[in-house]
Design a protein around this ligand. Sequence first.
Ligand code: GLU
Length: 477
Amino acid sequence: MLCGMSVVTRIAPSPTGDPHVGTAYIGLFNHTLARQGGGKFILRVEDTDRNRYVPDSEKRIFQMMAWLGLTPDESPLQGGPNGPYRQSERFDLYGDYARRLVASGHAYYAFETAEELTALRAAAQAAGHVIAVPSRDLDPAAAQTRVEAGEAAVIRLRVPAAGETVVNDLLRDPIHFQNREIDDKVLLKADGFPTYHLANVVDDHLMGVTHVVRAEEWITSTPIHVLLYRAFGWHEPVFAHMPLLRNADKSKISKRKNPTSVEWYQQQGFLPEAMLNFLATMGWTHPDGLEVFDLEEFGRVFRLQDVTLGGPVFDQAKLRWYNGKYLREVLSADEVARRLHAFLAGQKTELPYDDYFRAVVRLMTPRLEVFSEFLEKTPYFWSETYPVTEKAQAAIDGARDLLPELAATLKNVPTFDAAGIKAAFAAFAEQKGLKLGKVMPPVRAAVAGTMESPDLPELLATLGRDRVVSRIVKMGS
Ligand code: GLU
């Protein structure tokens, strides 16, 4: 499908807030398509809406893309031959192109005031048709004269009065829009700011974008874009509108029901690989039924036309499952330790990166889904003042007579590793005529303060003889 032409894709985020999982999702598919086609992936910042502009948002979008490894080939950061890549830096261009459409009759100057428009809109709504803008019928030369005399005017698209505009979407049957139902959209505002429609189409064209892959919510804008491509006499790109990510109740993904900021997932200690793998399964399934696969494998088998539209649910539990898979089955133990250490440092917890740290991580990895759980599950590894649960306290209290003897036994284990410790427990239990289930829980309670911990001999071996013995002595006295 993509053969023969060089693929140019893009994302065009608006810097209006937190870096959104939807941007990451659309970014993943665009990045992959470009890589497959030996083409380019552009990141363009659509920052013309000054009311919604959030100053640090752009930087955070770049950081998100870098974290995910979805590096664009061209962007405000990278630069490139089609720059600038911020719409606010391309201003003059849009006015020129809008006036071109006025000259060719595809657009017109409109002089209606805000109050007039409110009235026109109300009338249109009552009559059940789109707004009829009186300026549409002005003599173009007369309108031109008024503009030159300094009268405030916007430029509107002249949508054909009849007929239909067909949107071809790679993932859908052709979508037919009746022209009489399409507004004469504003292209250029009176202050010279372009609207989304104009700036988006002009830039996609000038940047050589061949595939516009974006969220479903833009479908209703697409007939306007198609009309613009035609009005300019430009070749239109391939459109593919991706399904919206959804909450569990199938509503559009929203902050209230699901964290939508990628930074939140980063702070929770999700791995970027797991996030990408999870996002790749939103609306797409691996042809061999593989669940766990990396970006390279995705690029090898992904075909855009295989995307399905049935409202993929952004299921936190599934994402956590993926993350656990990556921790246990994909990354090496050393890699997990290295990443976790970096994660903790980022959270202002500096632990020495040593054998002890790596051993604790190895022990805890089977019990972790995300890094943020690590410290809360392991206080007893880092301090002698760890919390003791009620259950653990009861286990300690019930074994006051045994604990000193157990401390002595463990103190004398010849080799303080899991096997040696296990053997010592067995011998102790046998000698006392007790079940292991009587002997081990109080030790666990004493050294960890909780009944939920890793395998006891391994836990003790990791803590080391000195900590273990002194804790049992202290707790048992
Ligand atoms: N600026 C739009 C956004 O914020 C771009 C939509 C598009 O990809 O055309 O998503």
